[in-house]
Design a protein around this ligand. Structure first.
Ligand SMILES: NC(=O)c1ccc[n+]([C@@H]2O[C@H](COP(=O)([O-])OP(=O)(O)OC[C@H]3O[C@@H](n4cnc5c(N)ncnc54)[C@H](O)[C@@H]3O)[C@@H](O)[C@H]2O)c1
Length: 337
């Protein structure tokens, strides 16, 4: 039985702990750590069968029985904790993003290479049943050579302003998943980005130096073109769709709903709204990404989303930010160090 430690038990740390307990039969969560450990979290841990709750994550790194750690703490702690975990010989699953600072990401990449530990990044949408089906259609040649990738990614509500202030901006916090999806579906690297953004939902987001609405066009090295549209607030809920148009056809997926019931009456035709937000929409993908992390450790195989996959969307996000600031297309090579 593989023993796992979870560092940071807020929203996503708890999701991963529950996934392991319910869906990963060959792993258990031995310990959790969070400096703001509450009685409520300790109670929750007990109910999940987790033996130990620390305040200091270093205790997890010192435990020789723990082979894998999940870094689910606040973003500004990911790189430091990952570096220490790698040096302690732990295999690492790190939530997105690795960091907002390129030098610190490169440091993580170097330490991971030197120590040879496994390092997976939490781009869970690759494991979502819909997006996986799109990818399979592309890989199996069903739509031919990809020519246009379209991704719609709109949240149901904007986060609190305090969150916006430390989020690193919409591109590094939210669109980062779409940049990863664009690479995943195209099977190619992004070489140029042209972005337009605005503040249309809440002026406080603008005052905090961020945007809440954006269109980003992408040029890939294989010639394919992409467009991502983002909003922090869609009135009808979490809107998560993608389409790949290619030389032989097109593959697209629509939103998941609680049911596919459509009610038609003399007044009109209505159906269900999309599932509310990421905790409802992406639970299956969160479980599957952790299952595969565990498999990679147990079978000593490659992780499905590696450290480079963690870096690339950050570079695209930085180029998108620069594009807005300078009002021009920006090449990825301009932001790389
Ligand atoms: N893949 C996804 O879809 C997804 C979804 C949500 C969050 N995330 C990422 O997960 C991370 C956490 O997000 P969240 O929504 O769970 O936030 P959260 O604020 O709910 O939880 C973060 C937890 O980390 C703890 N923490 C802070 N410093 C720590 C330290 N030094 N050691 C241990 N714990 C520490 C905090 O006390 C808190 O409990 C963020 O980086 C976020 O970007 C990813």
């Amino acid at each position: 039985m593989l023993k796992i430690g979870i560092i940071g038990v807020g929203r996503i740390g708890k999701v991963h702990a529950e996934s392991i307990t319910k869906y990963v039969p060959n792993a258990i969560v031995k310990a959790i750590a969070d400096p703001y450990m509450t009685e409520e979290t300790e109670k929750w841990a007990k109910s999940m069968g987790i033996e130990i709750a620390y305040k200091d994550y270093k205790k997890i790194l010192e435990d020789p029985e723990i082979e894998g750690v999940l870094v689910c703490s606040s973003t500004d702690t990911h790189s430091q904790i990952s570096i220490e975990a790698a040096k302690a010989g732990k295999n690492i699953f790190c939530e997105k993003p690795i960091d907002h600072d390129l030098d610190r990401i490169y440091e993580v990449l170097d330490v991971v290479k030197e120590t040879g530990v496994k390092f997976q990044v939490g781009f869970n949408r690759r494991f979502d049943h819909n997006f996986k089906a799109v990818k399979e259609a592309v890989v199996n040649g069903k739509v031919g050579e990809p020519h246009i990738i379209k991704i719609t990614s709109r949240d149901p509500e904007a986060p609190p302003i305090e969150y916006v202030k430390v989020s690193g901006g919409m591109f590094l916090d939210m669109t980062i998943h779409d940049f990863d999806m664009a690479r995943f579906l195209s099977g190619s690297e992004v070489e140029e980005v042209y972005a337009a953004g605005n503040v249309l939902i809440d002026p406080k987001i603008g005052e905090a130096g961020d945007i809440d609405t954006a269109i980003i066009t992408l040029k890939f090295t294989n010639g394919c073109l992409g467009v991502i549209d983002n909003s922090r607030q869609a009135a009808y809920g979490y809107d998560q769709r993608a389409e790949v148009f290619g030389s032989k056809g097109v593959v697209s997926v629509s939103n998941d709903t609680n049911s596919s019931a459509v009610i038609s009456t003399s007044e009109g035709v209505t159906g269900e709204k999309p599932l509310y937000f990421f905790l409802e929409r992406y639970m299956q993908s969160f479980a599957d990404e952790i299952k595969q992390f565990v498999e990679a450790i147990v079978n000593d195989t490659e992780v499905p989303v590696n450290a480079m996959d963690g870096l690339k969307p950050i570079l695209i996000g930085m180029a998108a930010k620069k594009s807005i600031e300078e009002g021009r297309p920006v090449k990825i090579s301009e932001v790389e160090k």
